[in-house]
Ligand binder design. Structure first.
Ligand code: 0WD
Length: 274
């Protein structure tokens, strides 16, 4: 199995719809030992049974990434319970609701700081704190979205955070390459998760992607999970600093490919409905 003997930690499982859950499933299926973290007590109740599903009932730790002391405590727990680790998955993002709709220029400094802290700086801090535990052949993975590269309606503040996250991935990749650690991001297509529910008109985004992506479907957490497992495994041993699209090809489209009906009218209307 591809992940036999590999140990790692996955941050960002909120429930079994989370992208992080899809990644955990794919890694566990290939023999990985996985530690899980939860944001707060209400999520603890959801994460514990998920950890048990993967035989990790004794590897569940609190970690609110906005609290540096919890990241330090996570490092100590992982060191005690796992020793060396081979992978880290950072599947965390947050922006206050005001940053996910309306006029972009109305974003407050407070909302901006929170989004950048939790969605971007946390990757740097986790990497720095957990680095002493990383093996000489390790891999770090984070999650991005196309809204960090091009304008996407309502993605607003999170778009700016994802742009910063993607560059953070590249700078970390250079920094850690000499120590045998790879750092990559998956830019996933839209998926209905808890975090996605906060984005205005998300259902429309799903329809638009399904209608216009070359594969004519939306991506599933299992598909992102399989690609994530590849980036965490030795199959990708020469891949680092990469932003890997797992979006049914949506990002390659410069213009929607539209079919026309017998009257010469586009068969796909502006709202993505046939
Ligand atoms: O369409 C999507 N769902 C996409 C998501 C497309 C492309 C990328 N992504 C990204 C997200 O931006 C995020 O970085 O994937 C990552 C995972 O998101 P998800 O799986 O869509 O969402 P969810 O299941 O909600 O997991 C994100 C979790 C949080 O869940 P809630 O819903 O409680 O905010 O991030 C965690 C939390 O568990 N999280 C934190 N963890 C530690 N400390 C914190 C925090 N301060 N804040 C949020």
């Amino acid at each position: 199995m591809l992940m036999n003997g590999k140990k790692g930690v996955i941050l960002g499982v909120a429930n079994n719809k989370s992208i992080a859950y899809g990644i955990a499933k794919a890694c566990a299926a290939q023999g990985a030992t996985i530690a899980f973290t939860y944001l707060n007590d209400s999520l603890k109740k959801r994460v514990e049974p998920i950890a048990a599903e993967f035989g990790s009932e004794n590897l569940v730790y609190p970690c609110d990434v906005s609290r540096p002391e919890e990241i330090v405590a996570l490092k100590e727990s992982l060191q005690k319970d796992l020793g060396e680790i081979d992978f880290i998955v950072h599947s965390i993002a947050f922006a206050p609701k005001e940053g996910l709709s309306g006029r972009f220029y109305d974003i407050t400094k407070n909302a901006f700081d929170i989004a950048m802290d939790i969605s971007v700086y946390s990757l740097i801090e986790i990497t720095r704190e957990l680095k002493p535990l990383l093996s000489k052949n390790s891999s770090i993975l984070t999650l991005s979205y196309y809204g960090g590269v091009k304008y996407i309606p309502n993605y607003n503040l999170m778009g700016v955070a994802k742009a910063a996250l993607e560059m953070t991935t590249k700078y970390l990749a250079e920094d850690l390459g000499k120590d045998g650690c790879r750092v990559n991001a998956i830019s996933a297509g839209p998926i209905k998760t808890l975090a996605a529910a906060g984005i205005g008109d998300f259902r429309f985004m799903l329809k638009w992607n399904e209608a216009h992506a070359p594969l004519k479907k939306n991506v599933s957490i299992d598909e992102v999970g399989n690609s994530g497992m590849y980036l965490l495994s030795d199959l990708s041993s020469a891949v680092t600093g990469e932003i890997h699209y797992v979006d049914c090809g949506f990002n390659i489209m410069g213009m929607p490919a539209v079919e026309f009906d017998e009257n010469g009218k586009p068969a796909i209307a502006w709202n993505g409905e046939k």
